[in-house]
Design a protein around this ligand. Structure first.
Ligand SMILES: Nc1nc2c(ncn2[C@@H]2O[C@H](COP(=O)(O)OP(=O)(O)OP(=O)(O)O)[C@@H](O)[C@H]2O)c(=O)[nH]1
Ligand SMILES: [Zn+2]
Length: 222
């Protein structure tokens, strides 16, 4: 089967990923809402952690810290208020005869590991094979942000980015590679610096066509 036929068949036959488990509606991505503590309760929790760390939340330098931390959480976890797929709703279909992969490399991101709530910092590389339409390229970086600004493990982050693009754009295939350093490994526990965790999610033609996959991986230096 040639690549074009494969893409068409995929477009016609495939169903959405986990129908009824759309990213935003999925329980793991929709943890806020009912039962969400008030801002004052959240600030009190930060005071407790300051005491747990061994310091005094009433000393002058720490008085405003709980409010700052709670505001910072609103930025670090902004993803819970975003629906990644909806960021890809506006598409462009005047793409001439363009029929090759579209790639965006080296998208920096910051996430928080769900085991230790330590920083995951790294970059994502994305490719998709458009079928008749493309998305504004900045939207791919926005999808990474929306998925990363939550409590995550890297494998799921990789999967969610790929599935959001796949569900929204219905392309011939999607490839997502993430390389990241985990603060929970470098600043505590085993205390190993400079390691890089690499995860890959290949869908559609990037899964079935080894040549295409190799081309993408080699274009990002892998
Ligand atoms: N697979 C995977 N593991 C992760 C990720 N982020 C953190 N981890 C690991 O999750 C594991 C949690 O292991 P536990 O044994 O429950 O926790 P722990 O006792 O704090 O483990 P150490 O980090 O080895 O001290 C650790 O090995 C972390 O390195 C991730 O994104 N993916
Ligand atoms: Zn961790």
């Amino acid at each position: 089967m040639n690549l074009h036929t494969e893409i068409l068949e995929r477009t016609e036959e495939r169903s959405t990923h986990d129908e009824g488990q759309a990213l935003f509606g999925h329980p793991r991505l929709n943890a806020t809402g009912a039962g969400q503590p008030s801002r004052l309760e959240a600030e009190e929790a930060v005071r407790t952690l300051i005491r747990w760390a061994g310091d005094n939340p009433e000393r002058a330098g720490l008085l405003d810290t709980p409010a700052r931390v709670v505001r910072a959480y609103e930025e670090w976890f902004e993803g819970y208020n975003q629906n990644p797929a909806s960021l890809l709703e506006r598409t462009f279909d005047e793409i001439g005869g363009y029929s090759q992969a579209v790639e965006l490399h080296d998208i920096p991101f910051h996430s928080v590991c769900e085991h230790h709530m330590a920083t995951i910092r790294g970059k994502a590389h994305i490719a998709y094979m458009p079928v008749d339409r493309v998305v504004g390229i900045s939207k791919l970086a926005r999808v990474v942000e929306a998925c990363a600004r939550r409590l995550q493990i890297q494998e799921r982050l990789t999967d969610e980015i790929a599935c959001a693009i796949d569900d929204a754009l219905r392309p011939g295939g999607v490839a997502v590679v993430i390389e990241a350093e985990h603060g929970c490994m470098s600043t505590r526990g085993v205390c190993v610096h400079g390691t890089r965790m690499v995860t890959k999610r290949m869908l559609g033609v990037f899964d079935t066509d080894a040549g295409l996959r190799r081309e993408f991986l080699s274009s990002i230096g892998m």
